[in-house]
Write a protein that binds this ligand. Structure first.
Ligand code: IMP
Length: 198
């Protein structure tokens, strides 16, 4: 990726993030801010291939967007992996959220006592010439028995990160950033990015 796509000095601390999810964008922005990296939202539809690998899904969409927009772009794909459901919904989380939602997942879990789950976020940064780099972040925790809290998005109201006593949706931005898979992945990206590009 070295200096390939970003040519002007002012571009060196700017990344284009292809997403239509404002929550993801805000979380990414908060993670990159302390590193002096500006992230811009490229709200363009992307192809989401069917795969169990979040990395593969993110890379495919990033390669497509990098070519389409002729610039280096960042794509994130994420999901919730529930142990008692053998990793479901995993890479199908957005579909499951849109169809059965938080309530449906809680019903699937029923009175299950083993409630361990993790969130994972995979990032792919791809240049128009096709070179790519990937990062990922994971947060382990448990699923609550009831939905709690109104902040955040997706399955935030039922996920309690390990070491905490409230859901992501109860905790708010600072709490989420302390634990989240996305914050971890974006911090890894930032450390690589500032080391490589500056
Ligand atoms: P995608 O990455 O756009 O395919 O969507 C990932 C889906 O996983 C979202 O629609 C949410 O349902 C779920 N998800 C991923 N990350 C989070 C998170 O930080 N909080 C809550 N739900 C999440």
């Amino acid at each position: 990726m070295h200096g390939e796509a970003d040519t002007s000095p002012s571009d060196k601390r700017t990344l284009w993030f292809v997403t239509q999810n404002h929550h993801k964008y805000q979380e990414a922005r908060r993670a990159l801010d302390p590193f002096g990296i500006t992230i811009l939202m490229l709200s363009s539809p992307k192809t989401e291939i069917q795969s169990t690998s979040l990395g593969e899904i993110a890379r495919f969409a990033a390669e497509e967007a990098a070519k389409k927009h002729n610039r280096t772009v960042l794509v994130e794909d994420s999901g919730l992996f529930v142990k008692a459901l053998n990793g479901f919904p995993g890479s199908f989380s957005s579909y499951v959220y849109a169809t059965i939602g938080v309530g449906g997942l809680l019903r699937l879990m029923g009175r299950q006592t083993r409630r361990e789950a993790y969130f994972q976020a995979s990032l792919a940064l791809v240049s128009p010439r096709g070179s790519s780099v990937e990062f990922s972040g994971k947060v382990h925790g448990t699923l609550s028995h009831k939905s709690a809290g109104v902040q955040g998005f997706g399955f935030d109201p039922i996920f309690v990160p390990r070491g905490a006593r409230k859901t992501f949706a109860q905790g708010g931005a600072e709490f989420k950033d302390k634990y989240s898979h996305r914050a971890i992945a974006f911090r890894k990206l930032a450390l690589w990015y500032i080391g490589t590009k500056i």
